[in-house]
Design a protein around this ligand. Structure first.
Ligand SMILES: [Zn+2]
Ligand SMILES: [Zn+2]
Length: 647
């Protein structure tokens, strides 16, 4: 008999050789029908594998990451089988599951595989899936494995690196693959498939090697899930910030300026400045003081901070002065500069907390392949601040930062968020600097601050930086994707390295603690996330243009101008479409540029000194006079920006 422990702690005994599926059946038929994969004592097993070992069992359905992984791993086998059905000479290499779906890297030899071939492979996969073939694992000797793959140099290379006695194959239907296991019970679970893409990929990621074809696919247990997924993918494409950024003329890139160095266009700059102002106002109320530091710093500064030793080689190389040969670095971080501001004069406990804020532009080298729109760039502006405080002030300061971050999320309509608390790895205490007492204090302060603020958190052990624990914020966007934004980080290291001190109430010198915090992360990243979240339909207080006036003909340009002037007097951003186009065309174009309000003016409007108002998206508000419209808009704008109150 074997004794199985379930995640809730309950134990039951079963006959030797019972499978995870049978165990699921003993709980409920419904569960048995949905089990895709299982784990025994922390190791992924086949759901239909006989068990001879007692231990903790977890059963995975589609709703878990493990279940999806087994599903997509198995689907990769079925895709490879379907491809071999059509291309018997294709050579398989590796085919793992990924975050969304799976891929297989394949050497098609002289044949070309492209979009035109996707549909026949999808059909063949479904045909194969309907066979409901079970996945069966078997052990093979190294010699057998090499013999089986004697015509496939890729698998041969993989097998050569494996130890004899550990090699397993998986068979299903007509197909066999070198595989470590982790499959769904049978192919029949696969009800919907889509080949998403075929792209070049080098064997083992090395461009000196042969180029293979990476075939991406995704599969689901229901057709409706695939439909929904494809719809979301389409929507995500429409909301891609790189596309919207160009369409709305917010930012651009120029190869001549350099990769990963964004150029902010006038509308993007205005948007960014509004975000900066919004944050500055909140920070001012929260007791921050604004500072400005240079874009470069002496190499010694970063040697002192430790950044040079850690990142120097992998970042932009020093700039040397022509006469003295002094070395300067592009600023990779603002913190060392702020430490020097702290050191400008002697500090007493009465000066703390000292909160220094800077919209500081930093430069970090990223490999060109890693660059992506505004989310991965080489030059970016952090909404940075450093708080220097006493260890006892840590928790309070943390809570205040959380307040500020949540205020920002609320104002920008990110209603779902969570935070990750990153703590020390308890098994590896030597990895961290700072006293045990301080670490305990800081970890406790973060956990308590988050709990007291009602912040949903997950705790990750071993994810802390070597110099202190941290809290990272993740927001969910309108398409359900999670983005990491701001971070709050405790640091014992820099105050030590810069020998920062304050005179305590006891007249003794003490070391302050430092908090790094950036609620947006960076202006670039934040604008990218915001664009994808709102699909370019910014909240009206941020929108580059709030109102567009559409005169029905040239005759009404003068009236349009008068309206615009009155709106400008009330700080409403309005522009006039003066083109000689039909009003229908003007409305369509205004819709594309996502301007929240359209005002149509013609003979009737001019005569009665009124406006004909339409909202973006088609809703018509009809006629109203100018003061009514101004009041309506001003109220709307004010209602969207909650005032930051420092509790
Ligand atoms: Zn497999
Ligand atoms: Zn910092």
């Amino acid at each position: 008999m074997i004794e199985i422990t379930f995640p809730d702690g309950k134990k039951r005994t079963y006959e030797d050789g019972t499978t995870a599926l049978k165990i699921a059946e003993s709980i409920s038929n419904q569960l048995a029908k949905n089990v895709l994969s299982a784990e025994l004592n922390g190791k992924i097993i086949e759901a239909n594998q006989p068990l001879y070992e007692s231990g903790s069992l977890r059963l995975f359905t589609w709703d878990s990451d493990e279940g999806k992984r087994a599903f997509w791993h198995s689907s990769a086998h079925v895709m490879a089988q379907a491809i071999l059905d059509y291309y018997p000479n294709a050579k398989l290499t590796i085919g793992p599951p990924i975050e969304n779906g799976f891929y297989y890297d394949i050497d098609f030899g002289d044949e070309v595989f492209g979009e035109a071939d996707f549909e026949k492979i999808e059909k063949q996969m479904l045909k194969r899936a309907q066979e409901k073939a079970e996945f069966k694992m078997r052990s093979v000797s190294k010699q057998e494995a090499l013999e089986y793959y004697k015509d496939n140099p890729y698998k041969t290379e993989l097998i050569q690196n494996l130890e004899d006695g550990t090699i397993t194959f998986c068979d299903h239907s007509t197909f066999t693959d070198l595989c470590r296991g982790g499959h769904i019970p049978n192919t029949g679970f696969i009800k919907a498939v889509k080949i998403l893409n075929a792209a070049g990929a080098y064997w083992r990621g090395d461009e000196k090697n042969k180029q293979l074809t990476r075939v991406y696919g995704i599969s689901f247990p229901k057709q409706s899930m695939l439909d929904e997924y494809l719809q979301r993918l389409e929507e995500a494409k429409k909301r891609d910030h790189r596309r919207l950024g160009a369409e709305l003329e917010l930012f651009a890139f120029s190869q001549r300026v350099g990769k990963g160095l964004p150029l902010w266009l006038p509308k993007g700059t205005a948007l960014r400045e509004r975000l900066v102002k919004f944050l500055q106002e909140a920070q001012k109320k929260a007791g921050y003081q604004q500072v400005i530091t240079p874009h470069i710093g002496h190499k010694d500064l970063y040697v002192c901070s430790g950044h040079y030793a850690k990142y120097g080689k992998d970042s932009f190389q020093p700039i040397t002065t022509p006469e003295e040969g002094e070395e300067f670095l592009l600023k990779p971080m603002n913190c060392p500069h702020h430490c020097e501001i702290y050191r400008v004069k002697p500090r007493s406990y009465k000066d703390l907390p000292l909160r220094l804020a800077e919209f500081g532009t930093v430069y970090r080298y990223e490999q060109s392949g890693e660059l992506h729109g505004l989310t991965r760039v080489r030059g970016f502006t952090q909404d940075d601040a450093h708080i220097f405080c006493t260890p006892d002030q840590l928790k309070d300061e943390f809570k205040k930062v959380i307040d500020l971050v949540l205020y920002i999320f609320k104002a920008l309509d990110f209603n779902e968020y969570k935070a990750q608390v990153s703590l020390r790895d308890p098994n590896n205490p030597d990895k961290y600097i700072g006293s045990e007492e301080n670490w305990q204090k800081a970890e406790k302060a973060i956990i308590e601050a988050a709990a007291e603020k009602g912040l949903p958190t997950v705790i990750e052990y071993g994810e802390a930086a070597f110099y202190g624990p941290k809290l990272d914020f993740m927001v969910k966007d309108a398409l359900g994707r999670m983005w990491q934004l701001g971070t709050i980080q405790v640091d014992y290291n820099l105050p030590e390295r810069f020998e920062l001190e304050y005179k305590g109430a006891d007249n003794q010198m003490h070391r302050p603690v430092m908090i790094h915090r950036a609620p947006f992360g960076s202006m670039e990243r934040f604008v990218a996330v915001l664009l994808e979240h709102c699909g370019g339909n910014f909240p009206i207080w941020l929108a580059p243009d709030q109102v567009i006036i559409l005169p029905v003909s040239e005759k009404y340009h003068e009236y349009a101008l008068r309206v615009a002037q009155q709106l400008h007097q009330h700080d409403i951003r309005a522009l006039i479409d003066e083109r000689n186009e039909k009003v229908g065309r003007k409305i369509r174009d205004a819709e594309v540029s996502k301007i929240p309000y359209m005002i149509i003016v013609g003979e009737r409007e001019q005569e009665h000194n009124i406006l004909n108002v339409r909202k973006h998206g088609g809703e018509t508000l009809g006629e109203m006079d100018i003061p009514t419209f101004v009041e309506r808009l001003t109220n709307e704008i004010n209602s969207l920006i909650p005032q930051f109150t420092n509790p």
